[in-house]
Design a protein around this ligand. Sequence first.
Ligand code: FES
Length: 107
Amino acid sequence: MITVHFVSSGGTGTALQCRTGQSLMQAAVAADVAGIAADCGGMMTCGTCHVFVREPYAGRLPPVFAEEHAMLEFTAVPRQANSRLSCQIDLTDALDGLTVDLPDTQY
Ligand code: FES
């Protein structure tokens, strides 16, 4: 189990204990974290699982591949340098303490 922190646009934090081997989006949806819609269920066609990954964790993630890169151009809140789709973040032990900021909206 690892700890993951979600911070709402208003600054409210939510800490979750998460199993590794699932995506960040799956962990958020299972715990009903407000601010992660994930309408496509991880098929990378909706862009409603957008998060901003804080350092040092952003640097620990695999690079953004072409499909994620393309989908990040269609998020409701404009993409930033640390934008990722949470459905593409696989939780591993190296991400214990992962902290992500949530956008104001996913629509
Ligand atoms: S859940 Fe739809 S793009 Fe991530």
